[in-house]
Design a protein. Structure first.
Length: 239
């Protein structure tokens, strides 16, 4: 069966193709609605619809009073796709968790091989900051927020040290998708101390350039997190 595309869908495809062939590059400003409507011979309404859809996907970025630009942050598209995917099927979260474990394990292995000395110092510094935050005198809610942010920085800095942008963008996106469940899991008894211990051991393995040990420790860490995430997810489903 042939399905006819609406004018808005055709304009959507047109803009995507302009980006694909390089006529529109990241950071480029899209022509205003009136100019695009005149150029394409359509009304401004389908232009607006197409642009709105592309903004929601993260491909375009609308700036109040400035115009619409091609997004320079490619990971936004991946984040939005993952969030939509899980919105349509909440049970897929368990599969996201499994894929994350594989990616993080390989991320630690590659980081131990590819990280610069400066990147290793940064990874170690973040792990030490998280250990220090566990003992600081502060409101517990603020402590959990700080620990969560440092946990995110730790894993993304390891991913960055792989020198493979796909690892970084994927793990940044999946972390955003799992954020709520991740935060709840981190509050479980014993998780703070266990996480800090394994972060430190992963750092030490990466610093030694021991790729096998770094991968094994990261896998152990993610399996611990995975068990708690699954537990909190199942509790959430039963509510």
């Amino acid at each position: 069966m042939i399905v006819r595309k609406t004018i808005g869908e055709q304009i959507f495809d047109y803009i995507i193709n302009e980006i694909r062939i390089g006529n529109l590059k990241p950071g480029d400003r899209l022509k205003d609605e009136r100019s695009l409507a005149e150029e394409l011979g359509v009304s401004r309404v389908p232009i607006r619809e197409a642009v709105r859809s592309l903004c929601q996907m993260g491909i375009l970025n609308s700036r109040q009073g400035e115009g619409t630009y091609v997004n320079t942050n490619s990971s936004d598209v991946l984040k939005n796709a993952m969030n939509l995917y899980m919105l349509l099927d909440q049970t897929i979260m368990l599969e996201f968790i499994e894929v994350r474990r594989f990616m993080e394990t390989e991320s630690a292995r590659l980081a131990s091989l590819n990280a610069t000395d400066e990147e290793i110092k940064e990874i170690t510094s973040i792990a030490k900051q998280r250990e220090a935050a566990a003992d600081e005198d502060m409101d517990e809610e603020k402590r959990h927020e700080l620990l969560d942010e440092l946990d995110r920085k730790f894993h993304l800095t390891v991913a960055k040290a792989t020198h493979n942008s796909v690892f970084y963008n994927f793990l940044d996106s999946i972390r955003t998708t799992l954020k709520i469940h991740q935060q709840e899991a981190a509050k479980q008894p014993g998780m703070m101390k266990k996480t800090n211990t394994l972060h430190r051991k992963v750092c030490e393995a990466i610093a030694r350039r021991d790729s096998k040990e770094a991968a094994a420790l990261m896998q152990q860490h993610l399996m611990d997190v995975e068990r708690v995430l699954i537990k909190t997810f199942n509790e959430w489903k039963e509510k």
